[in-house]
Design a protein around this ligand. Structure first.
Ligand code: C2E
Ligand code: MG
Ligand code: MG
Ligand code: MG
Length: 292
């Protein structure tokens, strides 16, 4: 009987491994065709200015809907897209789609909002990155000052010397830079000051219990203070409750993003949101329009 059970165990285990491998294969195979089959959609999540309550920006977030596999979350398919290199054409498509959308909103008469697009490590090491960004800005007519690229600490720390050069070149184009999921990586603060970063996005893991947990409070306060000292915009991600938002406002965090205000939505829904929560102008613009 023991032998039988052992055998069953083994069969169960190998069946699990096999089904996992098959699932991964199915994902990879389908992912290869997803772009040409038009299975991707970009959703847009608002960023809110905490002092005024106005929408200050928006982040493009990729969604994949496959007829066979259903809806697959970015947490599942982005890592595969990175490993296989498929993230390079996919990321380029997201950037182009987001820039086009931004222009479409402007044509509809909506106020300008800063459009954030996530950039993966693999895209960052691609030789064509700078040319691709320049070509997409040119082709869409997008104002580079309205574009912000979100990168992670890992990307910067892998090869700091190369990162400084590349980030400086992106900044020179007029594009803004944000560090996403800040506080979870291993960037040294000494190094951070060498990077031309405009925005720090406090990772969701610190925000989850920021209203109740003393360490999360302290960490978030410290990041806000550091961001201010370095003249960066600080935004908290994953804000789900009024208590979290209140804490952040009281502690002079600049912006928030999270389900409490809005999840990522389709372009039409974001346009409606933007109409009701007037966007605030860019810092450069406000100085010239308010003090003519
Ligand atoms: P991220 O850039 O840090 O984006 C934030 C993620 O948190 C999004 O998940 C968003 O929907 C989710 N989120 C926002 N507010 C809340 C909240 O209040 N509570 C909770 N629990 N979650 C919230 P999503 O869209 O599933 O994306 C996951 C990650 O996948 C992103 O993390 C980003 O790293 C990556 N990703 C998404 N789209 C792209 C893309 O176009 N290119 C690249 N390279 N990566 C992408
Ligand atoms: Mg992001
Ligand atoms: Mg993030
Ligand atoms: Mg994240």
């Amino acid at each position: 009987a023991a032998k039988e059970a052992g055998k069953n165990n083994y069969q169960f285990f190998s069946a699990q491994v096999r089904s996992y491998a098959l699932e991964r294969m199915a994902l990879e195979t389908n992912l290869r065709q997803a772009l040409e089959r038009n299975e991707f959609t970009v959703y847009y999540q608002a960023k809110r200015d905490l002092a005024s309550g106005a929408i200050s920006g928006v982040e493009a977030l990729l969604r994949w809907q496959n007829p066979e596999l259903g809806t697959i979350s970015p947490a599942q398919f982005i890592p595969i897209a990175e490993e296989t290199g498929m993230i390079v054409p996919i990321g380029k498509w997201v950037l182009r789609t987001a820039c086009r959308q931004n222009m479409a909103w402007l044509r509809e008469g909506l106020p300008p909002v800063c459009m954030a697009v996530n950039l993966s490590v693999r895209q960052f090491t691609d030789d064509h990155l700078l040319l691709d960004i320049a070509a997409i800005l040119e082709e869409t007519g997008m104002d580079p000052r309205l574009l912000e690229l979100e990168i992670t600490e890992g990307l910067v720390m892998r090869d700091p010397a190369k990162a400084v050069t590349l980030l400086a070149a992106i900044k020179k184009m007029g594009v803004r830079l944000a560090i996403d999921d800040f506080g979870t990586g291993y960037s040294s603060l000494a190094q951070l000051k060498n990077f031309p970063i405009d925005t720090l996005k406090v990772d969701r893991s610190f925000i989850r219990e920021v209203a109740t947990n003393a360490s999360d409070k302290a960490i978030t306060e410290a990041i806000i203070a550091m961001g201010k000292t370095l003249c960066m915009t600080v935004i908290a991600e994953g804000v789900e409750t009024e208590e979290q938002e209140d804490f952040l406002r009281q502690n002079s965090c600049d912006q928030m993003q999270g389900y409490y205000f809005s999840k990522a939505v389709l372009p039409e829904e974001f346009a409606t949101l933007l109409r009701t929560h007037h966007a605030i102008p860019l810092p450069e613009d406000s100085s010239s329009t308010q003090f003519p």
